[in-house]
Write a protein that binds this ligand. Structure first.
Ligand code: ADP
Ligand code: ASP
Ligand code: MG
Length: 592
């Protein structure tokens, strides 16, 4: 009998009528001849209310007790859902994470799934029952209740679909699918009929809260097709599979992350091991870092900037101060009211000028860019929070995201996982000890690039746009771009270009920098770019840490870095490419 997993989010079970409506969907699937596993979130905003209650008691509730508290939200809704199914004349059983046997590590409030036992669910299904699983929760080795992080019920659903080899995984929510950006922020956002795992992974981790990013890691790793759809209608939603909507679109979606903070450590000695000292201290606080910009040192000192969630700022500043003291750096600065605007698209890798278009749109909208990082399939910029929504709109418009692309694939018939490349997925997973373990596919060395850097970039809108317009007009192909947050409002902008275009680019940029009242321009005729690709690259903070550590131990200095969900790229001195590849290959051998 086919098996479906149906997940219902908070708004979809916000009151008794909605619980009954969700129960009817499950019963209908049962009547159509499926085995049904439901995954249910806490009712409405219950999780927020519980967090608020805890905060009324103390500013720093123990994480273990937070999990004990938060898990109750889901326990309420699964029990009610089971009653609703019974009232409709069908058999059902509600199960907590512990009762299912969802084993996690002990990182309270951000736990990772290690294994899931299917025996109890299978037995209940065999008895004809609808299984109702509490989302978002698990249990650690010592029987402590854990939770998977906000929005984690999606991850429970996809993980259950994976271990049960479900034929479909339906995510019922309060929108009828994935849009080009959050439709609540931008009414002109367009419904997407399908989106690839890689794009959804980036969008989810860059602010598109419609799916928990780790659920997409699971889906990609285990080849689970996901159907995101509305709880309140039967219209087709969005399929998340390996295939993108249209291959020739440079950008498929945009996202805004509103609660970002920037931290900069200025005057860091520019030597191997500095990044390690900084980021290992932050990782020890289980804070995940984005937009790391490690900019090339002038006179042997570098500035390191990065972003974290505003909530994580106090813990991050403590770690940054400790790193500053240890390294003898000059100072730590921060900005709290920041927003990150990102564009994502698989097509970006094949097209030039995408970054330039984005920067131009922002310049035209009068938005000042504070930091930039790019990867093969995404570009992120940091802006003042007050300009975030305006920046998102400008970018959405610049890429005509409100218009359907030509040649867009329709939803298509997605073949059930059992009939697809499931064998490959199972092989990937068989290599892993634990379900959410890091999985590395490839480590590659590119020795064809050079680096160009402009210092003293003025803190006004339009500079990046002018630079990349001129560079594109000069026929120069830009790969990685990073812009740091500098001292006294002066940033540093670095990018890589093909070695054979290095001199031409440097000449062009030197003249331009003068005209823009920036500069000087400098660079390196030969750099080596190392790319580590896989699944879970960013959510597993240890990838960056291990990279920093092994390069530091080999005496190799990192000149530029960028991270995405599927890749970490580092640029090092051109002389050290082969050595860097060797040490990285060795250090990640266990994850391949
Ligand atoms: P649930 O409680 O069902 O898990 P969430 O609130 O977590 O629902 O996710 C649904 C919400 O995600 C939508 O109401 C929408 O505002 C928001 N959202 C953010 N980005 C996107 C996007 N790109 N497409 C669709 N919805 C999005
Ligand atoms: N109830 C949890 C939350 O609000 C989990 C979820 O809804 O996915 O974050
Ligand atoms: Mg959600």
């Amino acid at each position: 009998m086919p098996l479906v997993v149906q997940k219902f989010g908070g708004t979809s079970v916000a009151d008794s009528q909605k619980i009954l409506a969700a129960a009817r969907k499950a019963v209908r699937a049962r009547q159509e001849g499926n085995e049904v596993v439901m995954v249910v979130s806490a009712m409405g905003h219950n999780t927020d209310l519980l967090i608020d209650l805890a905060r009324q008691i103390t500013d720093q509730p123990p994480a273990r007790e937070m999990d004990m508290l938060l898990s109750t939200g889901e326990q309420v809704s699964v029990a009610l859902m089971a009653m609703a199914i019974h009232s409709l004349g069908y058999e059902a059983i509600s199960l907590t994470g512990a009762q299912i046997g969802i084993k996690t590590d002990s990182t309270h409030t951000k736990a990772r799934i290690q294994s899931i036992s299917t025996a109890r669910m299978r037995a209940a299904l065999a008895e004809g029952k609808i299984v109702i699983a509490a989302g978002f929760q698990g249990i650690d080795e010592d029987f402590n209740i854990t939770t998977l992080g906000r929005g984690g019920s999606d991850t429970t659903a996809v993980a259950l679909a994976a271990v049960l080899e479900a034929d479909s995984c339906e995510i019922y929510t309060d929108v009828d699918g994935v849009y080009t950006t959050d439709p609540r922020l931008l009414p002109e956002a367009r419904h997407i009929s399908r989106v690839s795992y890689d794009e959804m992974l980036e969008l989810a981790s860059l602010g598109a809260g419609v799916m928990h990013n780790r659920s997409i890691e699971f889906a990609k790793k285990f080849a689970v097709p996901i159907h995101v759809r509305s709880s309140f209608s039967d219209v087709p939603g969005t399929m998340i599979t390996a295939r993108p909507e249209a291959v020739d679109m440079p950008v498929g979606g945009a996202a805004l992350a509103k609660d970002e903070a920037r931290v900069s450590i200025l005057g860091v000695p520019d030597k191997p091991g500095s990044s390690l000292a900084i980021f290992s201290k932050i990782a020890a606080k289980a804070v995940s870092v984005d937009m790391i910009v490690q900019n090339i040192g002038v006179d042997g000192i570098a500035d390191v900037s990065f972003t974290v969630l505003s909530d994580d700022l106090p813990a991050t500043l403590k770690a940054a101060e400790a790193a500053k003291a240890e390294l003898g750096a000059e100072s730590v600065t921060h900005g709290n009211d920041m927003a990150k605007v990102s564009v994502v698209g698989l097509g970006m890798a094949q097209q030039t000028g995408v970054a330039q278009r984005m920067f131009l749109a922002l310049a035209d909208a009068g938005v000042n860019i504070l930091m930039i990082t790019t990867s093969e399939i995404k570009i992120s910029v940091l802006v003042d929070r007050a300009q975030g929504a305006q920046a998102l709109r400008a970018v959405h418009q610049a890429f005509s995201l409100d218009t359907p692309p030509k040649g867009a694939a329709d939803r298509g018939n997605d073949v059930a996982p059992s009939a697809r490349g499931r064998g490959d997925a199972v092989a990937v997973v068989a290599r892993l000890q634990k379900m959410e373990e890091l999985s590395i596919d490839d480590i590659a060395l590119d020795e064809t690039q050079a680096r160009v850097t402009i210092s003293g970039v003025a803190d006004t809108p339009g500079i990046a746009a002018a630079v990349f317009e001129a560079v594109a007009d000069g026929g120069i192909f830009v790969d990685m771009i990073v812009q740091s947050y500098g001292r006294e409002g002066k940033a540093r902008l670095s990018f890589t270009v093909p070695q054979k275009q290095y001199q031409a680019c440097l000449d062009l940029v030197a003249g331009l920098a003068k005209r823009l009242a920036c500069g000087p321009a400098s660079g390196s005729a030969k750099v080596a770019k190392l790319s580590i690709s896989g699944i879970g690259m960013r959510s597993h903070t240890e990838v960056a840490i291990r990279t920093f550590r092994c390069l530091a131990e080999a005496g190799i200095n990192i000149e530029m870095i960028n991270t995405s969900e599927v890749r970490v790229n580092v640029v090092v001195d051109g002389r050290h490419g082969a050595k860097a590849l060797e040490v990285l290959t060795k250090v990640f051998a266990d994850a391949r």
